[in-house]
Structures are given as C-alpha cells and as structure tokens.
Design a protein around this ligand. Structure first.
Ligand code: GFB
Length: 320
C-alpha cells in the first residue's frame, strides 16, 4: 500500500461524483489521500475557460485526475455526436492547458477504447491506436478523448509536462447509468431482464445482431488500475486498462438473463447498430508498468451489479 505517496497528494477529480468517479474518490481516501476536491457540474462548467480557471483558483492541487466526460452508450453517441465531440474536446484541452500553466505536477487523462480504429487486430495493442478511423457510431467521442493523447505527448515534448493517458475498456458495475436510452449494454440488459420478469413479459429485445464482441472491466478494478497508473506511471505512451477477454453481445445477454433469472426469449433487433465489430485489449503494458491486473471475474461483477440494481429499485419503490 503506498499510503505515503497518496498522503502527500492534493487531488482534483473531475467527474468525481459520477459512476467511475465515486469509486476513484473512495479509493483515494482509502489509500490515505486526505485532500480530494470534486468540482460539481452545477458550479463548474468545465467546457469553459473561466470555469477551469475558477476551479484551479479554488483548489490548489498536486494532481488532476480528469474523468469528467459527456458520455453514454451507442444510442447516446449516435444521438449527440456534436456535443459529445465538443464537450469532451474542450474539457480535456482546457483542463490540461491550465494545469500546465499552474504547474500542477501531474495530469491523469482518461481516454476511451472508442479511440481505436474500427478494425483493430485483436487484442488491441496501444501501438495500433493510430492505424485507422474509429467506428462511426462513437468516433466523435473517441477522437475528442484521443486528442488528450496528442496534447499530453506534445506537452511532454515541448514543456516537459507530466501528463499521462489511460485507455479504459467498457466499464460496468454498481451505480452505473441504467437509463435505457443513454446507458451501456450491461446496465440496459440487466434492467430489461428484471423489468420483463416483474411484468411477466416473455421477451427481451437486444440491440443489433448479437455478433459484436466486447470486453468488460468491473468498475472497482478500473478505479484500482487508474490509481496505480496515477501513482506509478510517468511516460508518454498510452496504456490500456482492461480485463483481457472478449464476449459476444448474445453471450452476455444470455449470461445476464441467467443471472437475473429471466426465462423468456432474447430477441435481437438488427435495426439497432452493432457498433465496433470486436473489442479485446492487450493488457500487458498496465501489468508490466504498474502491476495492474483486473481481479473481478465477469459473473461475480454481474452478480454484484444485479444485486445493487435490485436493491436500488426496491428502495425507490419503498420511498414512493
Ligand atoms: O455498450 P454500448 O452501448 O456501447 O453497446 P459500445 C455495446 C453493444 O451492445 C452494441 C449492443 O453492439 C449494442 O448494439 N446492445 C445490445 C446494446 N442491446 C443493447 C442495449 O439495450 N443498450 C445498449 N446501449 N447497447 C461505447 C461507447 O460503445 O464504448 C461509449 O458508446 C464508450 O462512449 C464505451 O466509449 C467504451 O461498446 O458500442
């Protein structure tokens, strides 16, 4: 445990009240960091320069962990390509530039696996990240996030600034977004299966053909990997943060049906987009550079997510 390192850090966590951010803030405190500042969206619009200046005026820090993003699943990406591009591009550019001007010692930027080319050889290696255009449904988002990699490498070369960029794969877990229009596939299918069971529905619709594959990293493992990188990694090369397996959408749908106890039919809806054909990361660099290996098996992570969602919906029903 590197308590001594974190006890000396004063950390700004943008997006610190979000799905991943909440786990990062909890882990920071568990690792001995006592000075954590989470800028709330209602107080700081981080797509504007004056808000970024106001943030850095409000809290002097030794590190920025930039998680804030305008993000959603494939449906949200298709519906909002312009704002996903602009908001994520501006937040990254402004936060890193002003962190540099303030001489904030370290900037940790979170890229996205959507930045990879549509047809990247499996497993995705970081050196392949520039070998093509990303898959169309989430290219604006992925490229906006990828510009932080360009900025970080340029700033290290020009100013000697210490910014690192980590590329997490699809995340899932408790406290995720379960809205059926804007969520990612795992929370969407958990909710659909549970609601179908409760309402006696005989079918659950799964978007696309079910043929694409994805890799899923449990959110607490992602938080651990990001903080290990934040503490130990100080190089310009990007690093994948993942679990190192692939599973088809049909297989994950069947696994979620089994784990939620939904016994009805899974119906594919090919009018909905498949998105990237295949995803699976080479996770060796994170292991070699800062000892990160994901621990939570997919079934265990799904069970914990399903239990959390059930308890949350029970609480909501009880409070009505
Ligand atoms: O998780 P998801 O929305 O985003 O979709 P991506 C993954 C796959 O699951 C796609 C299928 O092939 C979807 O068509 N899918 C099946 C569903 N049923 C559903 C459903 O009910 N809801 C959803 N959402 N999908 C994300 C990006 O791409 O990758 C994010 O949208 C982020 O911005 C993330 O970058 C890493 O995996 O295609």
């Amino acid at each position: 445990m590197s308590t001594s390192f974190w006890s000396k850090q004063k950390v700004i966590v943008t997006g610190g009240s979000g799905f991943l951010g909440g786990f990062i803030v909890e882990k920071l405190r568990a690792k001995g960091c006592r000075d954590v500042f989470v800028p709330r969206k209602k107080d700081f619009d981080l797509t504007t320069e004056q808000s970024v200046i106001k943030l850095y005026d409000a809290f002097s820090s030794t590190m920025v962990i930039h998680l804030a993003a305008h993000v959603g699943g494939i449906g949200a990406n298709r519906a909002n390509p312009g704002s996903f591009y602009y908001d994520n591009l501006m937040m990254g550019a402004l936060l890193m530039e002003h962190a540099r001007r303030r001489k904030i010692a370290k900037f940790v930027a979170l890229g996205s696996i959507c930045a990879y080319p549509k047809f990247t050889p499996i497993p995705f290696k970081e050196e392949d990240i520039w070998n093509g255009y990303p898959e169309e449904t989430n290219a604006p988002y992925g490229l906006a996030k990828k510009m932080m990699l360009v900025q970080a490498q340029a700033y290290r070369a020009h100013y000697g600034y210490n910014a690192i960029v980590l590329f997490p794969v699809n995340l899932y877990g408790p406290r995720d977004n379960f809205d059926l229009q804007t969520s990612h596939v795992i929370p969407a299918l958990i909710r659909k299966c549970i609601e179908a069971q409760e309402s006696g529905q005989k079918e659950v619709t799964v978007w696309g053909t079910g043929k694409p594959t994805r890799e899923f990293l449990y959110v607490e493992d992602a938080a651990e990997g990001i903080l290990l990188g934040a503490e130990k990694y100080n190089n310009p090369a990007p690093v994948n943060i993942g679990a190192g397996f692939e599973i088809s959408i049909r297989d994950i749908a069947e696994m979620i049906a089994r784990l939620t106890g939904f016994k009805g039919k899974i119906v594919m809806d090919p009018t909905q987009p498949d998105g990237q054909p295949r995803r699976m990361l080479d996770v060796s660099r994170a292991k070699d550079c800062f000892g990160f290996v994901a621990k939570t098996p997919l079934e265990d992570g799904l069970r914990q997510t399903i239990e959390w969602y059930k308890s949350k919906t029970l609480k909501t029903a009880a409070s009505l």
